[in-house]
Design a protein around this ligand. Structure first.
Ligand SMILES: NC(=O)C1=CN([C@@H]2O[C@H](COP(=O)(O)OP(=O)(O)OC[C@H]3O[C@@H](n4cnc5c(N)ncnc54)[C@H](O)[C@@H]3O)[C@@H](O)[C@H]2O)[C@@H](O)CC1
Ligand SMILES: Nc1ncnc2c1ncn2[C@@H]1O[C@H](COP(=O)(O)OP(=O)(O)O)[C@@H](O)[C@H]1O
Ligand SMILES: [K+]
Length: 525
């Protein structure tokens, strides 16, 4: 699991150590230099003789870069420091000069962005030490203009699959460190070397996509182990630890029965796909409850499905249900009440999300699975006027707001899926591929999550697992779903940004469901 702590938590933990004279910056800088050297060796085959540009802002982030430059100079790199603040780290500057780093004080240059770009054009690697956890809001001038010019230059170069390599110090300068927003220009990185712990903006969309590969430097901040992370991302072993694996004592009722109310005459396929997602996740039984038309299709596609009412341990309500169908919507509301009365978990998807447009408080453990448009509609209906683009610009903030307003756990679907409970750490999972953005993929996800919750249903109802644990389960479902999509598309298990890597093939939602057992075999291996 990658755990990310807020800037405030990092400062709280660092302060007493700095006061006691711990050389945190020296450690950070040495680790940074090691990563830069490794990147140079891996990509260009050499360290000595490489030309390095340090982008130095006015804070300790620039200090990290300057001290890293001293190590790189000693390793035979030609190091340039572009200093773009009159408050650059003094001791770092002195150390850099003493080790042969060429310091360019550029603030007086008539065309500052042009001067930095000129220098950058001669360098193999750019070390972005402009702003770190001390940044507030969008980058201000002159840093904003410099970053915009460098980002443009980099985009032109990367289309040739050539240099430069961009290594961000702590965070790519310009991202919302705590909320993952991109409020202004940002220099996208190939690698981000984050100090002490990851930062939420490195995991949360949309900023996470600008961080490249994440390397977290261990600064020995052991206190962080006891501090709740602000955000986290589950890895393969975390998902495996949450996944129910049947033992010899199990039977279908202990494995979990999922009640499914999905599909309509207009969208019958949603019922079939949601059931496929649940069945391929592995559970005791799916009970499908619906009118004749989806029922006959569901039965034909999945003969193992039971279509009579009975006991269940979790519900999926709403995929493919038309919210204008008053009778069906009333049925969804009844099942939601029934689940809440028994303390059983429910997934509210698509048509069922409109139940929350009215001022209802969720009484039971519930996961909402909107995409950005559905979340915008929900928030607007609850009095928080929200265009879809606002949700897309700040997914974590809006998912959290919806969780607070409704009392549910919100899984906000997207390229990187965010999960927010009313409180506790945010989760972000970016395990999927753009090929997953296809009709019906969300129905499959609702089925995966429903099956997972069915296995935990009795424990959740008995409060062995408090409702707070819904968030990791939702994140685990998103992760497995994303990996299944990658497998179906012919992509390697772990997502990486290698532009020379395979691009994959188109997939359907049914392919994603079919790939679930294969993805789970890798996850559980
Ligand atoms: N305190 C320490 O000894 C350690 C600090 N570390 C590094 O220090 C960084 C934090 O240092 P600081 O607290 O000095 O903060 P930063 O270096 O992140 O940024 C502060 C500087 O950026 C400017 N700034 C802030 N917002 C801006 C904006 N929107 N546009 C343009 N400029 C802006 C400020 O005026 C100031 O000059 C961490 O990110 C990390 O890289 C690490 O080395 C670990 C140890
Ligand atoms: N660009 C993307 N990259 C990866 N996954 C994506 C992307 N866009 C959407 N997804 C995923 O695809 C699925 C789409 O679900 P949804 O929007 O509900 O579609 P539908 O309602 O047709 O099933 C979600 O799991 C979402 O996270
Ligand atoms: K930075």
């Amino acid at each position: 699991m990658i755990r990310a702590h807020s800037a405030a938590t990092v400062r709280e933990v660092e302060e007493p150590r700095l006061a006691a004279g711990e050389p945190l910056m020296a450690h950070a800088a040495f680790a940074l230099a090691t990563h830069v050297a490794r990147e140079l060796r891996d990509r260009t085959g050499r360290v000595a003789g490489s030309v390095v540009l340090l982008l130095v802002g006015g804070g300790n982030n620039g200090g990290d870069a300057l001290y890293a430059g001293t190590h790189l100079a000693r390793r035979g790199c030609q190091v340039h420091a572009a200093v773009v603040s009159d408050r650059a780290h003094e001791a770092g500057l002195a150390a850099a000069r003493a080790s042969g780093v060429r310091v360019h004080e550029l603030l007086a240059a008539p065309d500052l962005p042009g001067a930095v770009v000129d220098l950058a054009g001669r360098c193999h690697v750019w070390v972005d030490g402009l702003t770190g956890i001390g940044a507030r809001g969008p980058l201000r001038e002159p840093v904003a203009g410099i970053v915009a010019a460098l980002a443009e230059e980099r985009a032109a170069w990367s289309s040739l699959l050539a240099e430069p390599i961009v290594v961000a110090v702590d965070v790519p300068s310009g991202i919302g460190v705590d909320d993952g927003t991109v409020p202004g220009p940002v220099l996208p990185a190939d690698v981000t070397v984050s100090m002490g712990t990851a930062k939420p903006g490195l995991l949360l969309p949309p900023a996470a996509a600008l961080a490249g590969r994440l390397e977290v430097v261990d600064l020995g901040l052991t206190e962080l182990a006891d501090r709740e992370p602000a955000a986290c991302s589950l890895g393969r072993s975390d998902v495996a630890a949450l996944w129910p694996v049947p033992g010899p004592e199990d039977h279908k009722y202990t494995r979990g029965v999922l009640g499914l109310v999905a599909g309509s005459r207009t969208y019958p396929g949603a019922a079939v796909l949601c059931a496929a997602g649940a069945l391929r996740t592995g559970l005791g039984m799916v009970r499908y409850l619906g009118p004749e038309v989806p029922t006959s299709l569901v039965r034909a596609a999945h003969p193992e499905i039971v279509t009579v009412p009975g006991r269940v341990q979790a519900w999926v309500l709403g995929p493919g249900v038309d919210p204008r169908d008053a009778a069906r919507t009333a049925e969804l509301a009844d099942h939601l009440d029934e689940a809440a009365g028994q303390g059983l978990p429910a997934v509210l998807d698509a048509g069922a999300l409109t139940l929350l447009h009215d001022d209802v408080d969720l009484a039971g453990p519930t996961v909402l699975t909107p995409h950005a448009g559905e979340l915008a509609e929900l928030l607007t209906a609850r009095g928080e006027h929200t265009p879809r683009r606002d949700v897309e610009a700040a997914p974590a903030r809006h998912a959290r707001l919806a969780a607070e307003i409704t009392g549910g756990t919100v899984l906000l679907k997207g390229a990187r899926t965010v999960v927010a409970a009313p409180e506790g750490p945010l989760h972000a999972q970016g395990d999927a591929t753009g090929w997953l953005a296809t009709a019906g993929a969300g129905d499959v996800l609702a089925g995966v999550l429903g099956a997972l919750l069915a296995a935990y249903g009795d424990a959740i109802a008995e409060a062995v697992h408090p409702a707070a644990s819904l968030a990791p389960l939702a994140a685990a479902a998103a992760s497995a779903h994303g990996h299944a999509a990658r497998l179906a598309a012919g992509l390697p298990f772990d997502a990486d940004d290698d532009p020379a890597g395979p691009i994959g093939v188109p997939i359907t939602a049914s392919d994603v469901a079919d790939a679930l057992p294969g993805a789970l075999s890798t996850i559980l291996d």
